[in-house]
Design a protein around this ligand. Structure first.
Ligand SMILES: C[S@@+](CC[C@H](N)C(=O)[O-])C[C@H]1O[C@@H](n2cnc3c(N)ncnc32)[C@H](O)[C@@H]1O
Length: 261
């Protein structure tokens, strides 16, 4: 188990799909379909296969190599997509990135992954892709900004602590967290990619209270681990936010990026 369970991934998938920047999504699809239907696309940190579903229906005629280190999630992805001839699932630790993952690939995709990785990982990935003229489409990376319709006085402190926690090592070395976008953009330009960026902010309403509650619990647990907040302040924030989830809207900033050769 990687710590990313199917309950959390299932809750976030509709919000992710609604948030994806539409022009980048379309351009990513076009970059693959320009070569016909036989193209191979590699999804890094695939979870249960949400990227394949997000790029459907076009993606359903592509050949996919889905990569994750969590065997349970890979099995879930294979079962849900149920296209054994077209979808190959591969267990691999992406922190040990090797060229074999990218054989014959036209595009690499990654959703909700790049805020977990280090600058060294991005550098290595871009090096491997640039050498092979492979594009990259990454979506739903957290940008460090959260806001709520109904404010709590500790909102800024909790988000600050959460963002600090996001910079801790998530298995790839020191994580970029909310700083990943400018780092990837700079490295990609230097490696000769055309860089297109867009916002994919979650706009959660009271009807997504369950997702909000999971997000709030994750935020509070991570903030607690940093020891930056008084325990009683954090507990008051958690209690109020959980109570308000069905009444207060919430925005969580994310970014998407398409890199083309
Ligand atoms: C936030 S989830 C996103 C899953 C999926 N892309 C989505 O959008 O629903 C991050 C994914 O990256 C995978 N992951 C994290 N670290 C990894 C590593 N070192 N090697 C391979 N996969 C990893 C996790 O198992 C998880 O499936």
């Amino acid at each position: 188990m990687s710590g990313f369970d199917t309950v959390w991934l299932d809750l976030r998938e509709p919000a992710d799909n609604a948030a994806r920047e539409p022009d980048l999504r379309r351009s990513a699809i076009e970059s693959v379909t320009a070569d016909g239907n036989g193209a191979t696309v590699v999804d890094l940190g695939c979870g249960t296969g949400s990227t394949v579903r997000a790029l459907a229906p076009q993606s359903l005629s592509w050949h996919w190599r889905l990569v994750d280190n969590d065997l349970q999630l890979l099995e879930e992805a294979a079962n849900r997509l149920d296209m054994p001839d077209q979808v190959k699932c591969l267990q691999a630790d992406l922190s040990q990135l090797g060229p074999e993952l990218f054989t014959d690939a036209k595009l690499v995709t990654a959703s909700a992954l790049f805020d977990l990785v280090s600058a060294e990982f991005l550098e290595r990935l871009l090096h491997l892709l640039a050498k092979r003229d492979i594009g990259l489409y990454t979506a739903l990376n957290y940008d460090g900004v959260c806001s709520w319709e109904i404010a709590h006085e500790a909102d800024a402190l909790v988000v600050e602590a959460f963002n600090a926690h996001q910079r801790r090592d998530k298995g790839f070395g020191p994580a970029l967290g909310p700083t990943a976008e400018p780092v990837l953009s700079r490295l990609a330009e230097r490696a000769g990619f055309k860089v297109l960026t867009g916002q994919s902010t979650w706009q959660l309403g009271g009807d997504q209270a369950e997702l909000q509650r999971h997000f709030i619990a994750g935020l509070a647990n991570a903030a607690a681990e940093t020891d930056r907040l008084d325990e009683s302040v954090l507990e008051d924030w958690r209690r109020m936010r959980l109570e308000m989830a069905s009444r207060s809207g919430c925005k969580v900033g994310h970014w998407d990026m398409l890199l083309l050769r």
